[in-house]
Design a binder for this molecule. Structure first.
Ligand code: ADP
Length: 602
């Protein structure tokens, strides 16, 4: 079994799946990018709004100042009489006070030629007093009657400033120009130390305010000839030709707002990394989730595969079991039919055996008959000869009218024929082919029957019966009639023997179950067997009795019957005298047939 073989391709296919699913991270990245950029843009827009509001607020605060100040009588008076030292001094002090109150950088007053007459910094080393700023565009604007606006570096201070200028009018006459310079350095320093950068460019695209000092006064776009010429004249920057500012477009996310009144553009620049970093994190989380999902899927598939494998294994085991059961069933069926055949064979053999046994018994009987035939012919010839002589004698006696003697002869003939009939009856019983199979017969009732038949004679002879029989019925294999015949014969012989002696006369009956079967003993206290009778008593027609008393067939028939039943008859003399006969019978299973079932033709 190559169980681990399918593992690797599965994980390889999972890897392939992971590669196929990787493009799914693209929309994740897009979404994250869009989300974080919009967040950043929104946040920066608010910052930008705030900054712009602050910037505009500062500028607006000073926007109206030149006009208001230009209306002050002290300043007008000074412009009308510039040679008056007291007026000049008063103007200088006023401007200084105004500057302190408003927070402007410098406030100064020029005559129509552009020469500075009074200034808030009149008493300082970098005093504007006496200097001519006619070249500045704000002066030209103010002289033209408009509000002058200008961004530039101070030519004396070198500081950046925003200039507002307005003409001081007296009716139609322009008396001078009042200028307020606003310091923008503070605005720049307002910007904290944040990753976002600030960029304010003027109309020329040159950076004038920024949180990055290295970007200051650099051109965010190429300058054309007119712009370059204006720069040369107005000198707003420290250098005549600002170096270009080449910003990496991809490194910054820029948001801008134009300020139309100043011509400026305020921009906020956020490093792209501020979006890229969270996007990378989001993509990483997405990838990790995907990986976990794929791993889970892999585990799930593996578990499913194990489950399927187990089911397949179970099914295989079940199939094998079924096959084994089928094989075993087939074997058992074969065995069964073989056993059936064997049983049939045995039954057949048994039948043949029974038949053979039957035939053997019959053959035994026939051979016994053969040995008997001589005695029979002798036994029958004797009375026949006697009958013939009595009959011939009767004929002669009839001729002589001796009827009484004839009657005596006829009586003798009758007796002789009765004796012959008796012999023949015994022979019929002996020769009868017994077709009945041995059956279960109760011993005690059979014995009682036999005793009952001889009871009258036994009582007449005063024979004492001593029984030693168990209460429990003893069952033997026999035929009811045959057993009674045997018992009757033996009891009759005992009574015959006892009749030869004087009382006390006794018969002992005992029976017991032995290991081999049932044993019945019958003892009398008669004379017992003579030596000759003991060896020959079983021969047919052997008798020690007179022809009227016995035929000599009793024991012969008993012996044959006992053998046919599978038992035996033993003859002996008891040590204390008298005959001792032993019947050995086969034990049988308890039965019910207490009534004779054989025909009584015998
Ligand atoms: P029968 O009784 O007609 O003589 P049996 O075959 O029955 O023929 O007996 C044969 C002989 O065996 C008897 O003649 C007798 O001598 C002897 N015999 C049988 N039973 C006894 C017995 N109980 N006691 C003494 N002898 C016996």
């Amino acid at each position: 079994m190559t169980r681990s073989a399918p593992h690797r391709p599965r994980w390889r296919s999972l890897l392939l799946l992971a590669l196929l699913l990787t493009p799914l991270l693209w929309p994740v990245q897009q979404l994250a990018e869009r989300y974080y950029s919009s967040e950043l843009l929104e946040q920066n827009r608010q910052t930008l709004d705030l900054y712009v509001a602050n910037l505009l607020g500062t500028l607006h605060r000073f926007e109206v100042l030149p006009q208001i100040l230009g209306d002050l009588p002290a300043l007008r008076g000074m412009l009308l009489q510039p040679q008056e030292p007291a007026a000049l001094n008063g103007a200088n002090r006023l401007l200084k006070r105004m500057r302190e109150q408003t927070g402007a950088d410098v406030i100064y007053l020029m005559d129509p030629s552009g020469k500075t007459l009074a200034a808030s910094n009149w008493d300082q080393g970098d005093s504007f007093v006496g200097r001519n700023f006619a070249f500045r565009p704000y002066f030209r604007e103010a002289i033209a009657g408009r509000l002058g606006r200008f961004f530039g570096l101070g030519t004396t201070s070198g500081k950046r400033g925003y200039f507002f200028a307005a003409a001081v009018q007296d009716g139609e006459q322009t008396l001078g120009v009042l200028v307020v310079k606003v310091d923008l350095d503070d605005i720049e320093t307002l910007w904290g130390n944040t990753p976002e950068q600030l960029l304010v460019t003027d109309g020329n695209g040159v950076v004038i305010l920024t949180s990055r000092p290295d970007w200051r006064f650099r051109a965010s776009r190429p300058l054309d000839a007119a712009e370059r010429a204006a720069i040369a004249i107005n000198q707003p920057y420290p250098s005549q030709a600002p170096s270009p500012l080449a910003l990496d477009e991809t490194a910054w996310i820029t948001q801008s707002r134009a300020l139309p009144e100043t011509g400026w553009t305020v921009s906020i620049l956020a490093p792209s990394a501020q979006v890229a970093r969270p996007v990378r994190t989001a993509v990483a989380i997405g990838a990790a989730t995907l990986l976990v999902l794929i791993l889970l899927l892999g585990l799930l598939l593996q578990r499913r595969r194990h489950y399927l494998e187990r089911i397949a294994l179970d099914a295989r085991a079940r199939r094998e079991l079924e096959i084994r059961v089928l094989e075993r069933t087939r074997d058992l069926e074969a065995l069964n039919s073989r056993l059936k055949d064997e049983v049939l064979e045995r039954e057949h053999a048994q039948q043949e055996l029974l038949q053979a046994q039957d035939e053997l018994v019959q053959a035994g009987k026939l051979s016994a008959l053969g040995t008997m035939s001589a005695s029979i012919s002798h036994e029958l010839n004797q009375p026949l000869a006697a009958i013939r002589s009595y009959a011939e004698n009767a004929g002669v006696l009839l001729d002589h009218q001796r009827t009484d003697e004839v009657r005596g002869n006829l009586k003798l003939i009758g007796e002789l024929t009765a004796r012959m009939a008796s012999i023949i009856a015994h022979l019929r019983a002996f020769a009868r082919r017994d077709r009945h199979a041995p059956e279960s017969v109760a011993l005690q009732p059979a014995l009682d029957d036999a005793l009952a038949l001889l009871a009258k004679r036994r009582r007449a002879m005063e024979v004492e019966l001593i029984r030693d029989l168990p209460d429990a019925t003893l069952w033997v294999q026999a035929g009811e009639t045959r057993l009674r015949q045997v018992l009757g014969n033996l009891l009759a012989n005992a009574l015959d023997a006892l009749s030869e002696k004087a009382p006390p006369r006794r018969i002992w009956l005992s029976a017991a179950q032995t290991a081999d079967g049932i044993q019945l003993t019958l003892r009398d206290n008669g004379p017992g067997f003579s030596v000759e009778a003991l060896s020959r008593a079983r021969e047919p027609f052997f008798t020690t009795k007179t022809s009227a008393q016995g035929l000599g067939l009793g024991l012969a028939i008993c012996d044959t019957l006992m053998r046919a039943l599978g038992g035996e008859l033993l003859l002996a003399n008891h040590p204390e005298g008298g005959a001792l006969l032993t019947l050995r019978l086969r034990a049988a299973a308890p039965g019910v047939n207490l009534q004779p079932s054989e025909d009584h033709s015998a």
